[in-house]
Structure formats: C-alpha cells, structure tokens
Ligand binder design. Structure first.
Ligand code: NAD
Length: 350
C-alpha cells in the first residue's frame, strides 16, 4: 500500500459512519462489494505473510467484545467489534465496530474508520468470494435464514459476485423479513418471503444462516439439507453460539478461515478438536480442493477473521483518496522536538 507516511502534521484520516455511507454510494453498493471481495481474495492469496492469532475475546452474559489484530509486515490493522444478540430489543445494533491501520515502519496510525457498515460489507463480500469457489454450478437461488442487519448485504454480495437471481427470506420475526424484502425491492433480485425455514430452502443451491442467539441453536436440521448445496453459515461465531445440527457437519466438507479461531468459535466447536477441515486460502491458491462433485455438501463455517477487516480497511484507504469522505484527526501528539512532549504541553497552557 502506498502513501503510508503520516501527513506533515501527523493528522490521521478518519472515516465516520456518514462518510462511509457516502463512499459506498459513491462507488456503488454492488461495485464496492465486488471490490472488497477482490481485496479479500488477494490477501487470502498471500495468507502466509500475515501475523495470525485467534481474536481476543472478552465474554459477558450479554455478549462479547473482541479485538482482531493482524499485520502483513508493512501494515498493521485491528478491529474492535462487539456481538450482543439482545441489543436489538433495546434499539441497539447486535454488532458495532471500528478499526485502524498503522504503518509498521514507525507505528503511526494511517487510518481510523467506522467498521459497523464496513463489517457488514466485508462479511458479505467474504461470503460471496467463498461461494464463488464452492457453490454448485449454476446455483442462482439462495435461502436467507435470519433477516437482520447483515441479510441484505449478504444477498447483494451473492448477486454482485455469484450472479444470484432469487432470494428466499425467512426469520422467526416476520417484521425482519418484511424489512429485508422492502429494502431489497427494486435491487434487481427476485425476493420471496417464506413462512418457515423449510419453505425458504425450496430450490436453493446456496443456504445462508445469519441468525443471532447466544446459545447452541438449531437453525438447520439434517433432514432440511439435500445433496449438492453450499451452506454459508454466518451466525455461529462465538463459544456456545452455533446454528447447525452436528449431523450436517458430518455430511458436509467444511471450509474455514483460520482453524485455530474457528475451532473455538465456529460450528466445528461441536466436533472433535482434530476433525478435518480445509483452509480456504489453500482452495483459493489451488493447493487444496474445493467442490469436487455435484452431490457434495460444502459448508463455509464463517466466523470472520482479522485479515478480512485488514483487506476492507486497505480498500477504504485506497478509495478515499481524492474524495471528501474523511476528516483529518489530531490523534497523535507531534511536538517539533520529538523528546519535548512536556514542553509542548506547557506551551499549550491557556
Ligand atoms: P441481527 O440481530 O440484526 O439479526 C439476526 C436475525 O436472526 C433477527 O432478525 C432474528 O429475529 C433472527 N433469528 C433469530 N433466531 C432465529 C431462528 N431460529 N430462525 C430464523 N431467524 C432467527 O444480527 P446481524 O447483525 O444480522 O448478525 C447476524 C449474526 O451474524 C450474528 O450472530 C452475528 O454475530 C453474526 N455475524 C457474523 C459475522 C461473520 O463474519 N461470520 C460478521 C457479522 C455478524
């Protein structure tokens, strides 16, 4: 990435929620989802370069707060993100986030950004990038189980990257389904509202589960899953929080971002610690097999990994240049004499 030195006054570009929304509209929702998918795929191809660690989680009865750091040796990034399933009842988001990129050479931050919008965009772009590699040939219908904050993003990314033509929506709360259907109308995709999960799955080659519940939930049971489908399981992303019946895991070939993190947080926490899974970066590099037959069930056990956030921040940094979609923040103390921090304080006395 170029342009990583701080500006002469060491101001740090900050992208607010408002500016992020303007940037997304400026680029276009679907072009940006495609662009993010390309950035994420490019970083998965250079996976081995990155510092990797399972995210650092602080759990409470209500939810979780997590830090997600990584570095490619030149640029360091982290995201702060929460997951609080009961928040929506209080009028708050389940997931909110912000993140930062820094220059590894001098440690100075070079971008601070909101990441609630960006997380929805990057999670959807990752799902679609992975589905492109694993979904059954010609699949153009998706069942979307869980029609909350992430659902429209998931749908549009599958349209933009994988050519999805039809989405079949189901949520235990019909108001959520109505909201998603309303938001997706006029977006060039056929939208069907369904009364139950089985109905949503009729004719679907891709099944996305994106529900929020802090428990071992069973959104999909074994009998619902026919041969040959691709399951994009988004909502099981915390210890004790899963969506799929274990029998499905035994029938599927399971693909993960970073096994060390997914074994703690993903659907595979329900399996033995040694259960075989395939790392997606190897499929993308061509060193591991993806889909090998029409009848194979492929499962992306998505939990969200730091490299995807790093890619998304990299995309934002590259695309805000020359736009007005950020402000410069006075975030770093920058005395003329680097050792005279105290002198700078005294000179600032009122
Ligand atoms: P949200 O609270 O806005 O929406 C969740 C929806 O699921 C709600 O509408 C709820 O009614 C519905 N739901 C709950 N139980 C259900 C059931 N049994 N059947 C059908 N619908 C059900 O949450 P969100 O922001 O859309 O996030 C959804 C999930 O995705 C969360 O669990 C979140 O932690 C996870 N997530 C994962 C990633 C990732 O990278 N894998 C990224 C972001 C969010």
């Amino acid at each position: 990435m170029d342009n990583l030195s701080p500006s002469p006054k060491a101001l740090v570009p900050f992208v607010s929620v408002d500016h992020m929304m303007q940037l997304i509209h400026h680029v276009g929702i679907e072009p940006m989802l495609r662009g993010l998918a390309d950035y994420i795929e490019a970083d998965f191809k250079r996976w081995e370069l990155f510092d990797k660690t399972p995210r650092i989680a602080s759990h409470s009865a209500e939810g979780v707060i997590e830090l997600m750091p990584t570095s490619d040796g030149e640029v360091y990034g982290f995201k702060y993100v929460n997951g609080h399933p009961s928040n929506t009842k209080k009028g708050l988001q389940t997931v909110t986030a912000f993140g930062l990129l820094a220059n590894v050479g001098n440690g100075y931050p070079v971008l601070l950004s909101e990441m609630t919008m960006l997380t929805a965009m990057r999670t959807a772009a990752t799902s679609a990038m992975v589905a492109k590699h694993l979904m059954p040939k010609g699949a153009d219908t998706m069942a979307m189980i869980g029609n909350g904050a992430q659902s429209e993003f998931q749908t549009l990314a599958m349209k933009a990257v994988c050519g999805l033509k039809s989405v079949r929506l189901y949520d235990i709360d019909s108001k959520a389904t109505e909201k998603a259907a309303r938001n997706l109308s006029g977006m060039g995709i056929n939208v069907v509202q369904c009364d139950n999960a089985e109905g949503a799955m009729e004719g679907a080659g891709i099944i996305t589960t994106c529900t929020a519940d802090k428990q071992y939930a069973t959104i999909l049971t074994d009998n619902m899953i026919g041969a040959g489908v691709h399951i994009n399981a988004i909502g099981g992303d915390c210890p004790g929080k899963t969506e799929l019946a274990p029998a499905i895991l035994h029938r599927a070939d399971i693909f993960v971002e970073y096994p060390e993190q997914t074994r703690i947080e993903g659907e595979i926490q329900q399996l033995d610690a040694e259960y075989p899974v395939t790392e997606l970066w190897q499929v993308i590099n061509g060193t591991a097999k993806g889909r090998t037959s029409d009848r194979q069930i492929t499962l992306f056990d998505s939990v969200g990994f730091a490299i995807e956030d790093f890619s998304a921040l990299r995309y934002v940094r590259d695309h805000i240049k020359g736009t007005g979609y950020y402000i410069d923040l006075d975030l770093l103390a920058d005395p003329d004499d680097p050792r005279d921090l105290f002198g700078m304080l005294i000179r600032a006395a009122p």
